[in-house]
Design a binder for this molecule. Structure first.
Ligand code: GAR
Length: 214
């Protein structure tokens, strides 16, 4: 009995002294990358925790997943505010309130306000479904990327995790992995193959970032 009590005390002390990196994941859609990150953090025993899911959509796969897994959610759109500055300030305030250390954009289809980018310089990553700098920039997201890759006759595409700066898809590259383009691919079949690659790439990139910050 005494020993059990001692074990409990020891576990409690471990929890109290663990200083995990606090992550906010920004999503707009299905959230399959969010799910992959969440699962990888547990499976790889990373010293990190997803503490907040931020979304411009109140109902989407990502927000549902957050609710199911007791992760706090924050629904925020520009329309809720009188000005863009108010919107940006509210976003920053929520991140500070949750003591967020790192932001991971995972299918977030909005530009992150510059004040948030500045506050998280070198601490914000995005995943893009192509081999940047190819097929990046404004308007290049989701299925549009894969349609453009096929139209250009590429034989290889892939996924990229990069740091976020004030320009779309222009931040420094952290990790990239290629995926073949098949002759009978449609944008949808190609998207599925790239997405599968993303699910391993994003956790690898997170691990790399966490190691760097130690
Ligand atoms: C992913 O393919 C991601 O790379 C892409 O949106 C998809 C989100 O899927 N992001 C962009 O195109 C950003 N430019 P998910 O919601 O299932 O993770």
């Amino acid at each position: 009995m005494k020993q059990q009590h001692g074990e409990k005390k020891c576990k409690l002390m471990t929890i109290m002294t663990t200083n995990k990196t606090r992550i906010a994941v920004f999503c707009s859609g299905g959230g399959s990358n969010f799910k992959a990150l969440f699962q990888a953090i547990t499976a790889r025993q990373l010293s990190a925790e997803i503490v907040l899911c931020v979304s411009n959509r109140s109902q989407c796969g990502a927000m549902e997943f957050a609710h199911e897994n007791n992760i706090a959610t924050f629904h925020i759109t520009e329309k809720q505010f009188a000005s863009f500055d108010d919107f940006a300030a509210a976003m920053l305030q929520e991140l500070k309130k949750n003591q967020v250390n790192i932001i991971l954009l995972a299918g977030y289809m909005r530009k992150v306000p510059d004040v948030v980018v500045a506050a998280f310089s070198d601490k914000m990553l995005n995943i893009h479904p192509a081999l940047l700098p190819k097929f990046g920039g404004e308007g290049m997201y989701g299925i549009h990327v894969h349609t453009a890759v096929l139209a250009a006759g590429e034989t290889e595409t892939g996924a990229t995790v990069h740091f976020v700066n004030e320009e779309y898809d222009k931040g420094a590259l952290l990790l990239q992995r290629s995926v073949p383009v098949l002759s009978n691919d449609t944008p949808e079949t190609l998207a599925a193959r790239v997405l599968e690659c993303e699910h391993a790439l994003y956790p690898d990139a997170l691990e790399k970032l966490l190691t760097r910050q130690k």
